[in-house]
Design a binder for this molecule. Structure first.
Ligand SMILES: NC(=O)C1=CN([C@@H]2O[C@H](COP(=O)(O)OP(=O)(O)OC[C@H]3O[C@@H](n4cnc5c(N)ncnc54)[C@H](O)[C@@H]3O)[C@@H](O)[C@H]2O)C=CC1
Ligand SMILES: O=C([O-])CC(=O)C(=O)O
Length: 311
């Protein structure tokens, strides 16, 4: 199985690293526009093979899309990350042009691939990829909800003082500081509602910390995060390549689900070899429905900005 990752920066290289050491794909191609950069990252990752015991072949190329031919999955991480004080939405002006040209190049050599969108603002970049390529909606998947859910579970585990893997929880809605919706009502500690262990006040703080999870890291690091984002992409790619049919919150094109149409937004999906195999239209309460509608409005407004940017 072959995976191409466009953008060999922090997130792209971390994702290549996790995919390799977990043996998720037999071949990983890293592509970047910076001369020699992807080649260097690929060689560095390959030199872990004997110590960590993997056999994935990692290849780096400078803007040579012919080497990406026949990829089963292509991950798009090319573009600029935010700096402290910025929102993800402010990246749209530069990243929209990059994403549009990258997906066109990808499809010339891998017309049947499944595209995983990472570049921000991710929901809008996913929508852009879908609209500009005309690909069926099952083959364009935005990665955000899985990362937000990991952060949610981490903050819950810290509040509970219990292992994160014993905590379940999901974040839906847009992948933005004010648009994501951590579903505290449905979160559980080994099947038991977390509300039996944590006060409403603590749960509200967990939700608030989750929503600004990316901004907090950007403030600490000076650029946005990469370890958890890279691992989240690898988890998603694993579910596609190995047809795991995991239930993962992904940004996908909705046509009536959750009362919304013609946007890409985070909802629970079944992810397998065909990409998005099912969207689960779970029952939300009135408060959650209102939050989802507000989130969708914000995502739609950002999509509208594409018309001016790409005109
Ligand atoms: N969806 C999500 O959950 C997350 C999204 N992100 C987003 O991912 C993107 C990448 O973040 P980082 O890896 O931290 O940035 P980075 O700056 O470390 O890497 C980006 C790479 O893209 C390359 N690039 C730029 N234009 C290109 C083009 N036309 N073709 C190929 N490569 C190109 C750059 O040379 C650079 O190496 C950002 O937009 C960031 O906001 C980051 C973390 C999580
Ligand atoms: O915060 C950012 O800009 C990058 C990102 O999407 C995340 O880490 O969630």
């Amino acid at each position: 199985m072959k995976v191409t990752i466009v953008g060999a920066g922090n997130v792209g290289a971390t994702c290549a690293d996790v995919i390799s050491y977990r043996g998720i794909a037999s071949e990983v191609v890293l592509l970047d526009i910076k001369e020699g950069f992807a080649e260097g990252k690929a060689l560095d990752i390959m030199q872990c093979a004997t110590d960590t015991g993997f056999n994935t072949r990692v290849i780096g190329v400078t803007n040579d899309y012919s080497k990406t031919a026949n990829s089963d999955v292509v991950v798009v991480t090319s573009g600029i990350p935010r700096k402290p004080g910025m929102t993800r939405e402010e990246l749209i002006g530069i990243n929209a042009g990059i994403v549009k040209s990258v997906v066109e190049n990808i499809l010339k050599y891998s017309p049947d691939t499944i595209i995983v969108m990472v570049s921000n603002p991710m929901d809008t970049m996913t929508y852009l990829a879908l609209k500009s390529t005309g690909l069926p909606k099952n083959r364009i998947i935005g990665m955000g909800g899985i990362l937000d859910s990991s952060r949610f579970r981490t903050y819950l585990s810290l509040a509970l003082d219990k292992p994160a893997n014993d905590v379940s929880g999901m974040v839906i809605g847009g992948h933005g500081d004010t648009t994501m919706i951590p579903l505290t009502r449905l979160a559980s500690y080994n099947g038991i509602p977390v509300s039996q262990f944590l006060s409403e006040e603590v749960l509200q703080k967990v939700a608030a910390d989750t929503m600004v999870g990316g901004a907090t890291l950007t403030g600490l690091l000076g650029t946005s995060a990469w370890y958890a984002p890279g691992a989240s992409v690898a988890f998603l790619v694993d579910s596609i390549l190995n047809d795991q049919k995991r239930m993962i919150a992904c940004s996908v094109y909705v046509e009536g689900e959750y009362g919304q149409s013609d946007i890409c937004i985070g909802v629970p999906c079944i992810i397998g070899k065909n990409g998005v195999e099912e969207i689960l239209d779970i029952q939300l309460n009135d408060k959650e429905k209102a939050l989802f509608a507000k989130s969708a409005d914000a995502v739609r407004a950002m999509n509208d900005a594409l018309k001016t940017i790409l005109a």
